[in-house]
Design a protein around this ligand. Structure first.
Ligand code: ZN
Ligand code: ZN
Length: 356
């Protein structure tokens, strides 16, 4: 299987060479799935560096790059290799958004005299528009999540701690074929649902409250991400009104996911609707984000977004309203932008589902 990013459109770099250290970027370009390695692309060579632990794995996985095994850390090995062989680097771009300060200093020291430029976002920009093989994997990860939601809708949660429900969901996802989950499952019940990222805790779920569940699966490294808000019996009027509002906001934002639309404009579709109902201050996070090799990646859909949607992007649409002391509601789907319009990759019911 060839890595998705093995055809490098060089115009993305704005530099002569590129040193790629952020592992999802390395994986995208080379196919390497291990936890230590970096890629160096020069005008003449495409090289991948890792250490002894990954020698066999790199030979099996890495496509289109020459594999070099370094005695120590991959980054240091790459720098020493480049200077030792006198590679012509020209202006070298580096993964500035992800490099640790110590690594940056090391780079400066070992590549003294090389002109460097922060190329943060160069590979991320390539990753934004997905290829068919990537969309297929995200789609599979989405189906796993939908299946888990269907199973949850038939299960008993009242009287069980949030943590237990989260573990049950994780087990189902893994047993159905998901790789490591892309993020810890959120199960936030009752007033805890007012925390947008309320990690599942010891609280025992009671009758007549909301339960926000946010989960994703992974298939061949590609993530999915979907949130549903459930009820365990009749909800207070205010919460069921908020549920209806968030659902409408989500529907209209998903419908606006058209190729060419500005991220900020799509965000406004949901945000203005929520603000008009008087809940603007209670929707304090971005509307959505890209999904792929990382659960959160570019583009961003927010008030301040400068990204524009393109066909082939996979994004989430996840408006929410959170009222301290009362609870919260979020509805999130993973959505594919196509030339013909938006396509939801997660499709579990968005009507409120009642759990036992
Ligand atoms: Zn989510
Ligand atoms: Zn999300």
């Amino acid at each position: 299987m060839r890595p998705a990013g093995d055809k490098l459109p060089r115009h993305f770099f704005h530099t002569d060479s590129l040193l790629v250290t952020h592992l999802p970027n390395v994986r995208y370009l080379t196919g390497f799935t291990g936890s230590s390695g970096c890629a160096l692309i020069t005008p003449r060579q495409k090289l991948f560096f890792t250490d002894f632990r990954y020698r066999q794995q790199a030979c099996l996985e890495v496509k289109g790059f020459g594999v070099r095994i370094t005695p120590g850390a991959a980054l240091e090995g790459a720098c020493r290799y480049a200077t030792g062989r006198g590679l012509r680097l020209g202006v070298l771009g580096y993964d500035g958004a992800h490099l640790r300060h110590g690594e940056y200093l090391l780079l400066r020291r070992l590549l003294r005299g090389v002109k460097m430029k922060n190329a943060a976002g160069a590979v991320e920009e390539m990753r934004m528009v997905k290829q068919k093989s990537e969309i297929r994997r995200v789609g599979e990860a989405c189906r796993l999540v939908d299946d888990a939601y269907r199973r949850l809708a038939r299960s008993r949660v009242v009287g069980r701690p949030e943590k237990e429900v989260a573990w049950m969901l994780e087990k189902w996802l893994r047993e159905a074929g998901s790789g490591p989950l892309p993020f810890g499952i959120i199960v936030a019940s009752g007033p805890r649902a007012a925390m947008p990222h309320g990690a599942a805790g010891d609280r025992v779920i009671r009758k007549g409250e909301v339960v926000v569940v946010d989960m994703g699966a992974s298939v061949d490294g590609y993530a999915s991400d979907a949130t549903r808000t459930f009820a365990t019996g009749r909800l207070p009027r205010r919460l069921s009104q908020i549920y209806g509002l968030v659902r409408e906001a989500q529907e209209s934002a998903v419908a606006g996911c058209l190729a060419g639309a500005a991220g900020a404009a799509v965000d406004a579709l949901a945000r203005d609707h929520i603000a008009a109902a008087g809940h603007g201050d209670e929707f304090g996070h971005a509307l959505g984000h890209g999904v792929g090799l990382e659960a959160h990646e570019s583009p961003v859909l927010s008030k301040r977004s400068h990204d524009k949607l393109k066909a082939g992007m996979v994004i989430t649409i996840e408006p929410g309203v959170y009222v301290e002391g009362l609870g919260g509601v979020r509805i999130e789907d993973t959505v594919l932008v196509t030339a013909r319009g938006p396509e939801r990759l997660t499709g579990f019911s968005r009507k409120i589902e009642y759990l036992k």
